[in-house]
Design a protein around this ligand. Structure first.
Ligand code: PMV
Length: 318
């Protein structure tokens, strides 16, 4: 039996603008997907216990499915099994990441599965190979959609600076709270919305992108110096600019306002494509618990997270 786990991710600054080559900052978070593989002669069985889904299993040899919600994780696992031509196996997924929320749940499942299969079958894949294969497979399942950021963060962990290319940033961990709106988000439609706005109003939208890029650049030394007050201020400005681009939503704004108000956060913003999904907040003087309570009261699902955590790893004997 072999188990690997990989982290989810948040975008701290720069979503949408990054599509046009402007700098963004992403971070791995300590909500992880765990994938366990063990030999099961004569069968290919996928079992999952994803958060927000009921457990289910899918037997690929008989096609037997115990839940209609199987689609999310099994599509990715099936792609990994096909890639390595693996049979006679039982795969268990145990994820604490909500799917379709912009927290990189599919990337972490793919990366953990590739790492688990590599170790179980003695393939000895390097991190670079795990990241490259996982990116290709995630993109294939998503029919060509997907940036390499999610699989890179799930593989390497820490922080990444993304512009035309992706580079690691050496920064200390940051305690944050993620607030999930419980509304699924659709990255493609939000990106198209912004592209359309840019086409119509290039002279207005381009300066917004440039301002977002400047925020990402200014944020790096603030994370390094651990200055949450100023970082929070930049998160608030970034959220305002994303709202101007039309990618926030009533639910996201409610959680952002609750975090800044009753939650006493130093700052809050949506994370990822927007339209639904999640927001992030930096706890203020009132601490993390006050922020969690405020987000719950505003009908969100809060998660305490640490940004900048470890990438894919094999788990010891369980
Ligand atoms: O929805 P997410 O978390 O995968 O984030 C998408 C980020 C965008 O900048 C909107 C798109 C992209 O490919 O960078």
């Amino acid at each position: 039996m072999t188990t690997a786990s990989a982290p989810g991710k948040i975008i701290l600054f720069g979503e949408h603008a990054v599509v046009f080559g402007v700098t963004a900052i992403g971070a791995a978070i300590d909500l992880r997907a765990k994938v366990t593989v063990r030999n099961l002669p004569g069968s290919v069985l996928i079992k999952t216990a994803e958060l927000a889904l009921h457990g289910f299993s899918l037997d690929l040899t008989t096609g037997r499915l115990t839940s209609p919600q199987a689609a999310h994780a099994t599509r990715y696992i099936s792609a990994v099994l096909r890639e390595f031509d693996v049979k006679d196996i039982r795969v268990c997924i145990d994820s604490s990441l909500p799917p379709a929320a912009g927290l990189g749940s599919s990337a972490s499942i793919v990366v953990a599965a590739v790492a688990a299969i590599s170790a179980h079958h003695g393939l000895g894949l390097s991190r670079k190979e795990i990241a490259a294969i996982s990116y290709r497979l995630e993109k294939k399942v998503q029919q060509g959609l997907g940036s390499p950021m999610d699989t890179a963060l799930a593989t390497y962990g820490g922080y990444l600076k993304i512009s035309r290319d992706i580079a690691p940033l050496d920064l200390p961990p940051l305690e944050m709270v993620v607030g999930y709106t419980k509304m699924p988000h659709d990255t493609l439609s939000e990106v198209e919305k912004v592209q359309d706005l840019r086409k119509r109003y290039f002279d207005l939208v381009d300066p917004i992108f440039q301002a977002i890029g400047a925020i990402s650049e200014k944020a790096v030394p603030l994370i390094r110096e651990q200055n949450p007050e100023e970082l929070g201020r930049l998160m608030n400005v970034n959220h305002g600019l994303l709202e101007a681009l039309g990618v926030s939503s009533r639910e996201l704004d409610e959680l952002v306002n609750a975090a800044r108000g009753a939650g006493g956060a130093f700052g809050a913003k949506l994370t990822g494509a927007g339209g639904g999904g999640c927001m992030i907040a930096l706890p203020g003087a009132a601490g993390t618990d006050a922020l969690m309570v405020a987000l719950k009261q505003a009908r969100g699902v809060p998660f305490k997270v640490v940004a900048g955590c470890e990438g894919v790893r094999l788990e010891g004997d369980l």
